[in-house]
Ligand binder design. Structure first.
Ligand code: ZN
Length: 544
């Protein structure tokens, strides 16, 4: 018997026992439990704030989440979770499990930060903590604190009232490279999972089902190898790998005209040689190739491979490639998203105060964006967006998970609206009361949603019916990673090694300081007083 058939039988049995008055009793209990987890999450707000601040201060880019993972798994272990480390061949990945029996609920969120977005929190203009260093310019420092808070609030009730169920918390390692979730799927993390609840930082509460806007992608590094020589005295003996990189990029940029409008692609040169008088014997260019479905993502990769081979032929170099990450375009589950959204409506937005609004408007003004401040109304539930109305956008490897188990994303209000993304400005709010309040509100929603799926087996069944009969009726998941592909765990190692010594001085010490803002001596909020003349900053160190 397959585990899925088993699941159906278990659920059918559960449904039988819950007819009539029993079901009414469950709903009464459920409401009481939800009020209980709301209160528990409120009581945990200092615990949550410390986690948000601590992970913010570690600021570790993809695959280098060493301190962050050590810290969070330590907390989970203290709370009775069993930790499986080094998961799926990724040293910073782990899975934390608590409880037993069905249903199995997976709760995930990302952990990595963004290169070159170091920023002092609570300050509404650019002021790096360490110039050029990685920083949480995406806000991933808040997601696992949210997941952990929610799980702890629920598990106390589960333990006390002997409620059956297993909670599995997992980190999105190297999400900025869409680097691990397909490997988690391959390693079997979601094999027995009934419902998957994901969360991602946003500037408002939200959820949605079906296909959204955005793209899937493959990340590919092309490394060319030539022959070094003295660039002036014997250039004819050299074969430049950098020439090949440049020609590949020229080829790709001409190709763009003849690609579907849905594609989005970009590259950085991560190795372009050492100094001009040495013909570069190696050079590497790193591409993100984005499209909206499996076939087209595969197709873009094939075109890039062809152009890379052409560039190698033109320069008499050789080329090799490796996959750095992959993601399907997500398809979110209707039942899971609707359940989540009902809880969003029940919890509502945090009560922002004057200081929060001042920081938000100060930052929006600094970036010459609409000074709308923080949201006071939640976004409507998003429904399915047909492919012809998807104008592209970012990617998240939650897509792969969404095609393996009913999944929905909770967007929670822990950041400021109208920011550019992957930018120092996106780090400004992430260790301030805005992030703390938003993460607490998000944890309440996630705790309530966990309770819904623990106590209403018919919802689990409904979610699987949508997954089976609608979502995967015609489209079946095939991984974009091959059997030979391995997680690109070495990426960012040198980067972090370079900055770690100067970043360490800024690690948060909750034993000495109530908040990270207090440790840094930041007055909350710090905004420019006035701009005396356009573009002339009055502060001494506004940075780049
Ligand atoms: Zn993200």
């Amino acid at each position: 018997m397959t585990s899925r058939t088993m699941r159906c039988l278990t659920m059918a049995a559960a449904l039988l026992t819950l007819a009539g008055p029993a079901a009414a009793q469950v709903n009464r209990n459920l409401d009481a439990y939800k009020r209980e987890t709301d209160a528990a999450v409120d009581r945990l707000h200092v615990f949550t704030q410390q986690m948000v601040d601590q992970v913010f201060s570690f600021a570790e880019p993809g695959f280098q989440e060493v301190e962050s993972s050590k810290y969070l798994t330590g907390i989970l272990e203290k709370h009775g979770f069993t930790i499986e480390r080094n998961y799926a061949g990724v040293p910073t990945a782990w899975v934390a499990t608590w409880g037993s029996g069905k249903p199995v609920i997976a709760i995930g969120s990302d952990l990595d930060c963004v290169p070159a977005s170091s920023q002092k929190p609570g300050v509404a203009y650019h002021e790096a903590l360490v110039e050029g260093a990685p920083g949480h310019g995406e806000g991933h420092n808040s997601g696992l604190p949210l997941s952990i808070t929610a799980a702890i609030a629920v598990k106390e009730i589960m333990a006390r009232d002997r409620i059956s169920g297993t909670l599995k918390i997992w980190p999105g390692i190297a999400e900025e490279m869409v680097g691990t979730k397909a490997y988690y799927v391959r390693a079997g993390l979601f094999k027995d999972v009934d419902i998957s609840l994901y969360s991602h930082v946003s500037a408002n509460f939200g959820s949605g089902w079906g296909s959204g806007t955005g793209t899937g992608l493959t990340g590919v590094q092309y490394t060319f190898t030539g022959e070094s020589a003295h660039s002036a005295s014997q250039p004819w003996r050299g074969r430049s790998a950098l020439d090949a990189v440049e020609l590949m990029n020229v080829g790709w940029n001409y190709q763009r005209e003849h690609l579907r409008l849905q594609q989005r692609s970009h590259y950085v040169v991560t190795d372009g040689g050492a100094q001009p008088n040495v013909v570069p014997s190696t050079a590497t260019v790193w591409y993100y190739l984005r499209e909206t479905d499996y076939e087209h993502i595969k197709g873009l990769r094939a075109i890039a491979d062809r152009i890379a081979n052409g560039a190698a032929q033109m320069t008499a170099t050789t080329v090799s490639s490796r996959l750095t990450g992959s993601a399907w375009l997500a398809h979110m589950n209707k039942t899971v998203a609707e359940t989540m959204y009902a809880n969003i409506e029940a919890v509502g937005l945090p009560a922002w105060d004057e200081a929060d609004q001042t920081l938000a408007k100060g930052l929006q003004k600094e970036l010459k964006q609409e000074e709308s401040g923080l949201p006071t109304k939640i976004q409507p539930l998003r429904g399915n967006i047909p492919p012809d109305q998807n104008y592209g956008g970012g990617s998240d490897d939650i897509g792969d998970i969404s095609w393996n188990v009913p999944t929905a994303t909770l967007s929670y209000p822990a950041n400021i609206p109208n920011l550019p993304g992957h930018h120092w400005a996106n780090a400004v709010a992430m260790a301030t009361p805005i992030a703390h309040k938003g993460t607490t509100a998000g944890a309440k929603v996630q705790a309530r949603t966990i309770l819904d799926f623990l106590l209403r087996p018919e919802l689990v069944e409904q979610a699987w019916a949508y997954f089976r009969d609608v979502q995967t009726k015609d489209v079946k998941y095939q991984p974009l990673i091959g059997q030979e592909d391995k997680p690109a765990i070495d990426i960012n190692q040198e980067l972090l090694n370079r900055f770690r010594p100067s970043m360490r001085k800024f690690y948060y010490d909750p034993a000495k300081y109530k908040t990270y803002l207090e440790q840094l001596g930041v007055t909350y909020p710090t905004v420019r007083a006035t701009t005396p003349e356009a573009g002339a900053p009055r502060t001494s160190s506004p940075g780049g």
